[in-house]
Design a protein around this ligand. Structure first.
Ligand code: S3P
Length: 425
């Protein structure tokens, strides 16, 4: 579907966005693993989290919807049941990678596959550490899906140092480790999102450069009740749209303010953004609060490599902010962007070229200079939800608007994006 956007003159209002996608995946998984009934409110209504729910239904969990709450009856320690068919992770890397950790510790075999985009993404990053724990897990010859997992008699704890900054890899190891009596330790030099640690009460120790995580059977989840804070990654599209529209003000309520996710606010503030936080509360180890955004004049700043894992999902929309800010926008040390739902370095560069900007592409980033064309541009989403929303914002900030091809990709994280826009313009 090609979606047309016109320039937005100004916007005002309040938004309550659906639950954080990363936390929702984990809430569904942990509830399905716990022994008994859990209730989850404000769960993400995304296709990605739906993939996780479908996989766990196939593995025996009972999942039902009760108004805005999801009730999950979980099966308990090593009690998931074998699925008669392949588990389909759809477009979701989090589903495929985290479920691999859980299934490595079960007493039955499983097969995991996914859509075309996910089937091209690297899986050896989880297969190797899980194999070193004794898991009988195999990916295809090209190191991608499908993944096959057979029961292992000798799953054991490991001491592991993260080779790449990835919360999905860290979580896959933790989720296998919580099935074992001995303690697994993981050293993480560059912090990545820590929802798995927070939600499972995993102990961590601060190191001079990074942290050490300790996980064992003690961290196996019990049934719980939880209201999921709204998704800061979804909020970031509305934040940038507000900042760069004239006479605009937006309140985005009850957004996750977990410190491993708020890098986008930090960078935008350094760029001169008028962003304030109100009504902060702490619940289930996760901070949340209202984000108040007002029109601002932005100036590009240096984006340090240490913050890249924290803003990895926000780089597409941050680059749109960079185009309308004073000076050139530059990102480097972000090679991981090449293996997301699309090659995001290529997707971003190609779209900005269509907008008449000067682009220098590097292996691990890009630099943008110039002034966007006045013409109406037809952008491509490359089937990638964050590219679709970033360039919808780009179109809504451009004099003659623009369009985004394959816009339905937004359903992967935020099916209500267009209604949310309608509510504030
Ligand atoms: C996620 C971790 C990040 C992020 C993804 C969600 C998670 O991926 O990009 O959208 O929920 O753990 P990596 O672990 O590959 O960095």
């Amino acid at each position: 579907m090609i979606k047309e956007f016109i320039k937005i003159n100004s916007l005002k209002g309040k938004l309550l966005l659906p639950g954080d996608k990363s936390i929702s995946h984990r809430a569904v998984m942990f509830a399905a693993m716990a022994n008994g009934k859990s209730n989850i409110s404000n769960c993400s209504n995304s296709e990605d989290v739906n993939s996780t729910m479908n996989c766990f239904k196939q593995l025996g969990a009972e999942i039902s919807f009760n108004d805005k709450t999801i009730e999950i009856i979980g099966l308990g320690f090593k009690n998931l049941v074998k699925s008669n068919s392949n588990l389909d992770a759809g477009n979701s890397g989090t589903t495929a990678r985290l479920i691999s950790g859980i299934l490595s510790a079960q007493n039955f075999s499983s097969n995991i596959n996914g859509d075309e985009s996910l089937s091209a993404r690297p899986m050896m990053r989880i297969v190797k550490p899980l194999q070193s724990m004794g898991a009988k897990i195999k990916a295809s010859e090209s190191g991608t899906l499908p993944i096959t997992i057979n029961p292992s008699d000798y799953l054991h704890a490991i001491d592991y140092e993260m080779e790449i900054s990835s919360a999905q890899v860290k979580s896959a190891i933790i989720l296998a480790a919580i099935h074992l009596s001995e303690t697994t330790s993981i050293i993480e030099r560059n912090p990545t999102r820590n929802h798995t640690e927070n939600m499972l009460g995993v102990k961590t120790e601060k190191l001079l450069d990074g942290k050490k995580i300790f996980a064992s059977k003690e961290n196996y989840p019990n049934p719980f009740e939880m209201t999921i804070p709204s998704d800061i990654s979804s909020a970031s599209f509305f934040i940038v749209l507000t900042l760069l529209s004239k006479n605009s003000e937006l309140i985005i309520q009850s957004v996750s303010l977990n410190e491993t996710r708020t890098g986008i606010l930090e960078i935008l503030k350094r760029m001169g953004a008028n962003i304030e936080i109100d009504n902060i509360i702490l619940e289930n180890g996760e901070m949340r609060g209202d984000i108040i955004v007002k029109s601002s004049k932005l100036k590009n700043v240096d984006v340090p490599s240490s913050i890249i894992p924290n803003i990895i999902d926000e780089i597409p929309i941050l680059s749109v902010a960079g185009v309308f800010a004073e000076g050139n926008f530059r990102i480097s040390k972000a090679k991981e962007l090449r293996v997301k739902e699309s090659d995001r370095i290529k997707s971003i560069c190609n779209n900005f070229k269509l907008a008449g900007l000067n682009i220098v592409e590097f292996e691990d980033g890009f630099e943008i200079s110039g002034i966007p064309t006045n013409a109406k541009v037809a952008y491509e989403s490359y089937g990638d939800h964050r590219i679709a929303m970033a360039f919808a914002v780009m179109a809504m900030l451009s004099e003659f608007g623009g369009s985004v091809n394959q816009f339905e990709a937004v359903n992967v994280s935020n099916p209500d994006f267009l209604n949310q826009i309608k509510a504030i313009v």
